[in-house]
Write a protein that binds this ligand. Structure first.
Ligand code: TYM
Length: 335
């Protein structure tokens, strides 16, 4: 069956091994399953303070990473969210169909208030509306392309669930207007944890214990070799009692494209030091090729043409959905 597959990455901070193993590395597979729409969620990046030049550079990086991962721009539509005005326009319409209560229950929003170390009232005073309303725009990104499948890591599935609620609510009121999407999470790699604190997710905004895709291979190797393991000496997957070892097993399995059981079998009888060395070898081998391709794409500026072409294709599809929604809710169509 041919499916419409959509996903995006937000150009804030440096992309991590979590982003890579959770989503990026597997995007080329989507090209055989149907029509992929893969974008740079630059409007989302504005929801937290960011330097304009950094935002521009990060956006270019993500475009180059998509290509370096092996996406073929003739099969996948690769585009910048901000180059398709329908995202923002649909957002204005859709914000009326999501509720404050459901938005305030989103983990990402709660985490940000918690990270700022402030009370709920203080958060209300200091957190922009954009970060609160984030899932509305994300839902618009998804429904604009009639997406069937949304490949994401564990932390984004809650937002896709909210999108599904919105689709139900909207269609219940106006008829069969929006397509129902589904989140798709990898069995292995959907939640890569920090190497220094394996109870915390590896994230772009937390440099300690995180592997960044542009890190020097020697730095990556060092970070893996000094990753926190656990007491005992058995290489066994047990997220509760052995979070460090389990995380490293996930990293290995996701890098090699094998199951956790296969990874465990591979490391049977290994000591922690050799275990880490094998993982560092596997990750460095994979990222060495990826980094080479990335450098070449940055040098040739291949992404420029790709983003122009992607914007043209994406606008055509998104505008059709927007038109359908505008008609459904009763906005006058003068065409
Ligand atoms: P973002 O940019 O935070 O992350 C990009 C993708 O990487 C996944 N991810 C991880 N996977 C495994 N382990 C980790 N430690 C890890 N950290 C991040 C994320 O789950 C995500 O899939 N809101 C989105 C961007 C977005 C989007 C969309 C995605 C905007 N609109 C529509 C899908 C559909 C975000 O901030 O992802």
């Amino acid at each position: 069956m041919s499916e419409i597959i959509l996903t995006g990455i937000k150009p804030t901070g440096k992309l991590t091994l979590g982003n890579y193993l959770g989503v990026l590395k597997h995007l080329p597979e989507t090209m055989n399953r149907g029509k992929p729409y893969i974008f740079i969620a630059d409007l989302h990046a504005l929801t937290l303070p960011i330097d304009p030049e950094e935002l521009r550079q990060n956006s270019i990086d993500i475009a180059a990473f998509y290509l370096a991962a092996g996406l073929d721009p003739n099969k996948a539509t690769i585009f910048l969210q901000s180059s398709v005005p329908a995202h923002a326009e649909l957002n204005t319409i859709m914000q009326n169909y999501m509720y404050m209560g459901e938005l305030s229950r989103m983990t990402q929003f709660k985490d940000i208030s918690a990270k700022m170390g402030i009370s709920k009232n203080a958060a209300d005073a200091h957190i922009g509306l954009g970060i609160f309303a984030y899932p509305v725009l994300m839902a618009c990104d998804i429904v604009l392309y009639d997406s069937d499948i949304v490949p994401v890591g564990d932390d984004q599935t809650q937002h896709v669930e909210l999108c599904r609620d919105l689709v139900n609510r909207f269609n219940h009121r106006y008829g069969d207007i929006l397509k129902m999407p589904k989140a798709e999470k990898r069995k292995v790699g959907a939640r890569i944890m920090s190497l220094s604190d394996p109870t915390k997710k590896m994230s772009k905004s937390d440099p300690k214990g995180d592997i960044f895709l542009k890190d020097d291979l020697s730095v990556i190797r060092k970070k893996i070799m000094s990753a926190v393991t656990d007491s005992g000496n058995e290489v066994k997957y047990d997220m509760e009692n052995k979070p460090g070892v389990s995380n490293l097993l996930s990293i290995y399995a996701a890098t090699k494209g094998i199951s956790i059981e296969e990874a465990e079998a591979h490391f049977a009888g290994y000591r922690y030091g050799d275990f880490k060395k094998d993982i560092a070898d596997a990750v460095c081998e994979d990222l060495a090729a990826f980094q080479e391709r990335y450098k070449h794409i940055i040098e040739t500026k291949e992404y420029e043409k790709v983003l122009h072409q992607g914007a043209e294709q994406a606008n055509k599809v998104a505008n059709q959905t927007l038109k359908r929604v505008k008609q459904a809710v009763g906005l006058l169509d003068l065409d």
